[in-house]
Design a protein around this ligand. Structure first.
Ligand code: CP
Length: 317
């Protein structure tokens, strides 16, 4: 059995909860497999449409989402799956007082894979402890959003042609942003230089910096965007109002680190602009048409990653 076959076997029935559970080999394998679903790399194979025929995805969204929920729904259907689930827990018997665990137990018995988003840290892990089928974390509060990280890596690798040797700047809400936490750690598997740009009250938490230190990652922390950013990618993030307990602090800093029209000059010089979306006002829409503004392409890449992941955990690839 070669390395790819071993990694592939390792994915069948696996929960996708935390990006830290994935080795460099796992991540590279997912990125490679996702190309099978990406029309940029291959003409879509008709057999892809029936890879997971007869299987059911339960999409359980306890918190709002556009991209994660809809791309999982689309991915599941594109590989032949049926879908059940909800995005308004108040429409379920949770409203009558049914527990989270009982809800998961019931959905576990109706489906073949659970995809869950929840505002509480650890909710996906809690679901995986109850469920017998694979659980995929679609975001648990400010903690983890592993499939976002995978699609971010995929986007960088697709555009740059590599991960080793690139420089990635992370900007905005580095304190509460689960996407930047997970991305920073995932990038530490590769020879990637990191630049962290944030307001001093929203810097990357120490526990993540410790991991980067232990991995020997080269990084710097800045409190403003340089006139000439020396990076391949700038990963911009939203200041997350919903995570703040002090709304005055939110109001004070929410409009800092906005990328206006003038950022087009840096895009012209080759910086690729990414954002996990949704954006509120942190990127001027006039930048959208620039070929190096890649955030919508980034969101589309989520489809290919999620098709590959669903097929993998179901043992259909
Ligand atoms: N990037 C992301 O997770 O977007 P949604 O919250 O819309 O799913």
């Amino acid at each position: 059995m070669n390395t790819d076959q071993k990694v592939q076997k390792n994915f069948k029935g696996r929960d996708i909860i935390d990006i830290n559970d994935f080795s460099k080999e796992d991540l590279l394998f997912i990125l490679k497999l996702s190309r099978k679903f990406d029309p940029f790399f291959v003409k879509r194979d008709r057999s892809n449409y029936t890879i997971a025929q007869g299987k059911i995805a339960a999409v359980l969204f306890f918190e709002q989402s556009t991209r994660t929920e809809q791309s999982f729904r689309s991915a599941a259907q594109k590989i032949g799956m049926g879908i059940i689930g909800f995005n308004d827990p108040e429409s379920t018997s949770i409203h009558k007082g049914e527990s989270f665990q009982d809800t998961i137990r019931i959905m576990d018995s109706y489906a073949d894979v659970l995809i869950i988003r929840h505002p509480e840290v650890g909710a996906a892990k809690k679901a995986a402890e109850v469920a017998e089928i694979p659980v995929i974390n679609g975001g648990d509060g400010p903690n983890q959003h592993p499939t976002q990280t995978m699609l971010d890596l995929y986007t960088m690798q697709k555009i740059a042609g590599k991960l080793d040797g690139i420089t990635v700047a992370l900007m905005g809400d580095l304190k509460y942003g689960r996407t930047v936490h997970a991305l920073s750690i995932a990038l530490s598997h590769f020879k990637v230089r990191q630049i962290m740009i944030s307001h001093p009250s929203l810097t990357m938490p120490k526990e993540f910096l410790k991991i980067l230190d232990s991995e020997g990652v080269e990084y710097e922390q800045l409190d403003k965007l340089p006139q000439r950013l020396s990076a391949d990618f700038l990963y911009q993030t939203r200041v997350q109002k919903e995570r703040f307990t002090d709304l005055n602090l939110y109001k004070k800093i929410k409009d800092q680190f906005i990328l206006g029209k003038e950022f087009a000059k840096q895009l012209d010089l080759g910086v690729k602009l990414m954002h996990p979306l949704p954006r509120v006002n942190e990127i001027d829409p006039s930048l959208d048409a620039h070929p190096n503004a890649v955030y919508f392409a980034q969101a589309r890449n989520g489809l290919y990653i999620r098709e590959a992941l669903l097929a993998l955990v179901l043992g259909r690839l």
